[in-house]
Design a protein around this ligand. Sequence first.
Ligand SMILES: Cc1ncc(COP(=O)(O)O)c(C=O)c1O
Length: 357
Amino acid sequence: MDIKITKAEGDQLKPKPEDESQIGFGSIFTDHIFLMDYVEKKGWHNPRIEPYANLRLDPAAMALHYGQEIFEGLKAYYGRDGHIYLFRARDNFLRMNRSAERLCMPKINIDLVMEGLKELILLDRDWIPRSPGSSLYVRPTMLATEPHLGVRPSKEYLFYIIIGPVGAYYKEGLNPVKIYVEDTYIRAAVGGTGYIKTGGNYAASLLAAEKAKEKGFTQVLWLDACERRYVEEVGTMNIFFVMDDEVITSPLTGSILPGITRDSVIQLLKSWDIKVSERKLSIDEVVEASEDGTLKEAFGTGTAAVISPVGQITYKGKDYVISEGKMGELSQRLYDEIVAIQYAEKDDPFGWRIRLD
Ligand SMILES: Cc1ncc(COP(=O)(O)O)c(C=O)c1O
């Protein structure tokens, strides 16, 4: 399928940020958008790149009422060698297709959207920031657009990709975060939608996150929905604990998102001959390990921050300081390695980088 390109011109071209240190995260978008439409029987059609503009949606569009909406998040970078790269983008689109399946939405053709994304990024390449740690954030989205009230899968959909420059996640280096172990609210239950990226999961997480922020915490650590006992995720990141010589992360049992950074960390640890276990880990075990000194490090993993060290957890009113509140050695090694691969400063033995130009 050919991708039709209509270039932005005149007023449609936006001023680019002048000071890269002030870009922040998630508020600036480039001049263009990739879109395509779906209708039942016809399938996906009309892939196109257009000037970035508001969408026109019928107020009865089903996504707005019944939450048939899925998205992804990934990044593109200028490598040290001056080329533009994506990191594991096909894995994001594979995950998007798993999200689509769960919400009775149509799958996308990964080759087509990869081509659309590449064209979009190359067209807006002047927007990609170059300062260390900065990147171009990519947000593929799919919405149910059929104007219809009544709960059933929509017969019409819109897929689009928007992109925008984002600053270094850590302006003052990798500061460990304080997290609140949430034992009232839950994020997702096995059998539900926790393993996919759909807006509803994030809406459902807001109240707990806001309450934790009011108490001075950066994130919440989610426990399992059944027993409020096993650790699942931290905020919008997967979580790892380093206990003695074992690195432990929650298994993919259906309630947590299979993070791509999580998978990269597991592959790296294995390649370094470090024992990594995907197993159930109770919060009591974490507390015990903290008390007897076997808990060495804890860190979150996700596209935005890559590795986010956890300096303290608070459970049932008691604080547990981890790694003296500092970035642990293994967290730092993982961060350095992944970032070096992303920015083409190192070889890429896993084939994670995708060169665009
Ligand atoms: C709930 C949740 N868990 C984990 C992650 C980390 O996933 P990834 O490493 O693919 O960014 C994210 C971010 O996408 C997320 O939203």
